[in-house]
Write a protein that binds this ligand. Structure first.
Ligand code: GTP
Length: 326
């Protein structure tokens, strides 16, 4: 296996996320049961994530050097790394019998001479991590033990499938399918959290309400498909003109809402300048103009979102009227 390199894993560490859909106590008791049944010093669940291969659950509950949160770099030579890279089970009965296994970190760092690991997968087939059981003495587990370990791994896989579905449903229900930014529901939900944060930090925010100018005539003159492209392009450029912490949503039709955490008066205008620059640079699309209404929200403002949007709408309307007159 010398020098086998792992692909980069795109997933965030479960330890850094609020994962409520997974019954952590159940995962812990599965791992504890595995260790007990195999009469092994330790059993683990690891996750392959952007940091490397991270221990999520240990039967030793952190009472050893290889406890939860310990991360091995993805390139390191390790047995779990190999299970993860090949997405195949691996059983090393006695590392002392084979010099290949003596180079692994399991052997060199932890003195484990026996290792049995199974890959854990996301429902879309991507690797999640491994379930493994280790021992400091050689082992010769009966076949039925392997099957039991595979069954336990299947239970973990089905928990992951459940989590995956929940996360997907949540993302779908918060995302506008055409533009891939938040929809009204996503904005409403996240607005509440943003406001609480702003209140706690004593920060003010600004709500910007955008409406495309003459969008109906784009549909009429160039067709609905081009209209869709214009909406997507506007959404993309709007999002790219904002900071990652700002909330950008399609409120409906050709209307978009942005919530910015605004520390200075100049912030909104520089965001709009970036947007104008981006829109002007677009080619192969009809020109996209917009009107915008802005409303400042102080940290102690208690008005409901509905009222705030209405006020921003009034400002938008007067901007649109001014533009139409000029
Ligand atoms: N292509 C496309 N058009 C949409 C979509 N949703 C809404 N529309 C159209 O967007 C148009 C919005 O019309 P108006 O609100 O009158 O907008 P406008 O022509 O920009 O008028 P002003 O705002 O006064 O400048 C309507 O014709 C809708 O049918 C969509 O998802 N795709």
């Amino acid at each position: 296996m010398g020098g086998h390199s792992l692909p980069g894993y795109g997933y965030t560490s479960f330890n850094d996320m609020q994962v409520d859909e997974i019954d952590w106590a159940r995962w812990q008791s599965l791992v504890d049961t595995v260790a007990e049944m195999f009469a092994a010093p330790a059993a683990y669940i690891t996750q392959a994530n952007t940091k490397g291969v991270e221990v999520l659950i240990s039967s030793l509950k952190g009472g050893d050097a290889f406890g939860p949160g310990v991360i091995s770099p993805p390139m390191e030579q390790g047995l779990s790394q190999q299970v993860i890279a090949k997405q195949q089970p691996l059983y090393v009965r006695n590392a002392k019998d084979d010099p290949r296994w003596q180079q692994t970190q399991e052997y060199t760092t932890y003195n484990w001479v026996s290792y049995l690991g199974m890959p854990i997968s996301w429902p879309d087939g991507h690797i999640f991590g491994s379930l493994c059981v280790v021992s400091t003495s050689p082992t010769d587990y009966p076949e039925v033990y392997m099957r039991v370990l595979a069954l336990i791994r299947d239970v973990i896989n089905s928990d992951l499938a459940h989590f995956y579905r929940e996360a997907q449903l949540l993302t779908q229900s918060y995302t506008d399918p055409l533009t891939q930014i938040y929809n009204r529901r996503g904005f409403e939900e996240l607005f509440v959290q943003n406001r609480q944060l702003a209140r706690r930090l004593g920060r003010r925010m600004a709500l910007l309400n955008f409406d495309l100018d003459g969008f109906k005539s784009i549909n009429d003159n160039f067709g609905h498909a081009m209209g869709d492209e214009v909406l997507s392009a506007f959404a993309r450029n709007l999002k790219q003109s904002c900071r990652s912490c700002d909330l950008v949503a399609r409120w409906g039709g050709d209307e978009f809402l942005v919530l910015v955490h605004s520390e200075t008066d100049a912030m909104e205008s520089s965001m709009l300048a970036r947007l104008d620059e981006r829109l002007a640079a677009l080619t192969n699309l009809p020109a996209i103009g917009y009107s915008v209404g802005m409303l400042r929200i102080g940290c102690d403002d208690t008005r409901e979102l509905e009222e705030l949007v209405m006020m921003a709408d009034l400002n938008l309307y007067s901007h649109k009227q001014r533009k139409k007159k000029s």
